[in-house]
Design a protein around this ligand. Structure first.
Ligand SMILES: C[S@@+](CC[C@H](N)C(=O)[O-])C[C@H]1O[C@@H](n2cnc3c(N)ncnc32)[C@H](O)[C@@H]1O
Length: 257
């Protein structure tokens, strides 16, 4: 690992995620135990959003901001060769514990997904479910994902919906409102008064231009629509809200050959 000091937002997010880790260990165990692949805060089935290629058998996969690494565990059990990278020692400690408990092993790296230790063109698939996709600066992590993907490789990531971020009050866990509370133009870095963490959310045009400039073709952007019986344990994005507006987005982009 590099001896350079961490960028300010990365250091802050390390502190924040080390403190969130015990709560995420509980959610992580549920996800490690699940047979079906579901995504995001409403557990939408893979068949509805298509985050993954039809088969992941034999693919080299990197999970950027893997947390407790349940996504990598699902992929390993389906024949892929995943590698996880995460910025939080405490989250990785949980991931290592689950690897032992569930008997699924793959490499885990402590590091910043904006500047990974992996050689150029190492992976067929780069994936992030609320990992690098919201906690890293997109102007750093997306070009880095392009660097470590092979030509023709797929980048797929899940983020909070842009409209949700515009309707979310500052107070922690306060439900999204049905009106815009902040500006769309200039969206990038988000900080919340109640905790240490820093997030990043871009508007649509900025995201499309960044992906294209980094060497990707955008293949799809799926607005997640929760099932009629969906529930969530995240009060900031109530299911009723998410039935009216997209609270989550799945982006899929292909590394140009
Ligand atoms: C919400 S978890 C994502 C994992 C899992 N999919 C989930 O939803 O629980 C977010 C993870 O991103 C990690 N993270 C934050 N900043 C990061 C960075 N700069 N590089 C790598 N990982 C980072 C955090 O440490 C945390 O484990």
């Amino acid at each position: 690992m590099s001896d350079e000091p961490l960028p300010e937002h990365v250091a802050r997010n390390r502190t924040a995620w080390d403190s969130f880790a015990p709560k995420y260990a509980v959610l992580g165990r549920e996800s490690w135990s699940a047979n079906e692949i579901t995504w995001g805060i409403y557990s939408v089935p893979e068949a509805e959003v298509g985050m993954l290629p039809e088969s992941v058998e034999g693919l080299d996969v990197v999970e950027l901001g893997c947390g407790t690494a349940y996504v990598s565990s699902w992929l390993a059990r389906r024949g892929a060769r995943p590698v996880g990278i995460d910025n939080s020692p405490a989250q990785l400690e949980t991931a290592r514990r689950f690897q032992q408990e569930f008997g699924v092993d793959f490499p885990l790296h402590l590091g910043n997904a904006e500047q990974t230790p992996f050689p150029d063109a190492s992976f067929d698939l780069a994936i992030s479910e609320y990992g690098a996709s919201i906690w890293c600066d997109p102007y750093a992590w997306i070009p880095e994902a392009a660097r470590i993907l092979r030509p023709g490789g797929l980048l797929t990531f899940l983020v909070n919906g842009t409209i949700l971020m515009l309707c979310a009050p500052d107070e922690e866990d306060a439900p999204a409102e049905d009106r815009l509370l902040r500006d769309y133009f200039g969206m990038h870095r988000f900080e919340w008064p109640d905790d240490e963490s820093v997030e990043f959310h871009l508007g649509y045009g900025d995201m499309i231009r960044l992906l294209r400039r980094s060497g990707f073709e955008v293949e799809d952007m799926v607005e997640v629509h929760p099932a009629p019986d969906a529930t969530t344990s995240y009060p900031f994005a109530p299911v009723e809200w998410a039935r009216r507006w997209p609270a989550e987005e799945v982006w899929k982009a292909r590394r140009r050959a």
